[in-house]
Design a protein around this ligand. Structure first.
Ligand code: ATP
Length: 219
C-alpha cells in the first residue's frame, strides 16, 4: 500500500536556547513521543539585541541545538528564524512552515503556559490557529486560570484530549508535564562563575561550550 497520502504530524518548539539544556530536550522528547509526532523541530529565535546576556552568536546557539539533537529520533532543528536579520513574528514562521507541508499535515505550535497567556500581545495572534494547533505545556501543580482575553478562544477551540486533535490546524489542547528544574539562566551563571554545567547539557553541547569558550565572565 502506498504511504504517499500519510498525514505528517510536525511540532515546533521555539526558544532562545542560550544554551539548549536537558530541560528543553526532555520536554521536547516527551511531547514528541506522547503526541506521536513525526518530527518536533526546535526553533531557535533571533534574540532581541537589548537582551542582557553574554553575547553568544546566533550561529553558536544554532550549532549547540544541532549537536544536541543529532541522532535523536523525532527531534530536529529549524533554523529559518536565524536566517533573517531580525526577530520574526511567529505567524510568519508558521506560514512559511505551512507552505512546505501538505494540506492535511498537522502542525503543532508548542508553548509553555506563560507564553500562551501572553498570546494576545502577539502580532496577528488571532490568525495563528489558521496555520497550526496549539499545544500548551502545563505543569501539574500550576494555576490554570487563563487571562480574560483567551477565555472565548479556549471555549471555542479547546479540546480535552491532545492526542485526538484532528485536522491540520485550529485546536488548542494541554499537555501536563513536570519540567526539570534547569534553566539557561542558571547555566550561564554557573559558567560565568567558573563552575561546571556537566549533566545539565548534553555532552556534545558541553564540548562545544568548552571548545568555543562560551559564557565565561570575560566574554
Ligand atoms: P532563560 O533562562 O535564558 O530564560 P530558558 O531555559 O527558559 O532560558 P528558553 O530558550 O527561553 O529557555 O525556553 C524555550 C522553551 O523551553 C520555552 O517554552 C520554555 O518554557 C521551555 N523551557 C525552558 N526551560 C525548561 C525546562 N527546564 N523544562 C521544560 N521546558 C523548559
Amino acid at each position: 500500500m502506498s504511504k504517499a497520502a500519510a498525514v505528517r504530524r510536525i511540532g515546533m518548539l521555539g526558544g532562545t536556547f542560550d544554551p539548549v539544556h536537558i530541560g528543553h530536550l526532555r520536554s521536547a522528547l516527551e511531547v514528541a513521543e506522547f503526541m506521536d509526532l513525526d518530527e518536533l523541530r526546535l526553533l531557535p529565535n533571533a534574540r532581541p539585541p537589548h537582551r542582557d546576556t553574554p553575547q553568544v552568536a546566533a550561529q553558536d546557539r544554532l550549532a549547540m541545538v544541532r549537536s544536541a539533537v543529532q541522532g535523536v529520533a523525532r527531534l530536529s532543528v529549524d533554523d529559518r528564524e536565524l536566517a533573517r536579520d531580525k526577530p520574526s513574528y511567529t505567524l510568519d514562521t508558521l506560514e512559511s512552515v505551512r507552505a512546505e507541508l501538505g494540506p492535511d499535515d498537522q502542525l503543532f505550535l508548542v508553548l509553555g503556559w506563560d507564553a500562551f497567556c501572553g498570546l494576545p500581545s502577539w502580532h496577528r495572534w488571532e490568525e495563528l490557529l489558521q496555520h497550526c494547533h496549539i499545544l500548551v505545556l502545563q505543569r501539574p501543580d500550576a494555576d490554570v486560570e487563563p487571562p480574560d482575553a483567551l477565555r472565548n478562544l479556549l471555549a471555542a477551540r479547546q479540546q480535552s484530549d491532545p492526542t485526538a486533535m484532528s485536522g491540520p490546524a485550529g485546536h488548542i489542547s494541554f499537555v501536563w508535564q513536570t519540567p526539570l528544574a534547569v534553566s539557561a539562566t542558571q547555566i550561564r551563571q554557573l559558567l560565568a562563575s567558573g563552575k561546571s554545567v556537566r549533566f545539565l547539557v548534553p555532552d556534545a553541547v558541553l564540548a562545544y561550550i568548552e571548545a568555543h569558550d562560551l559564557y565565561r565572565a570575560s566574554n
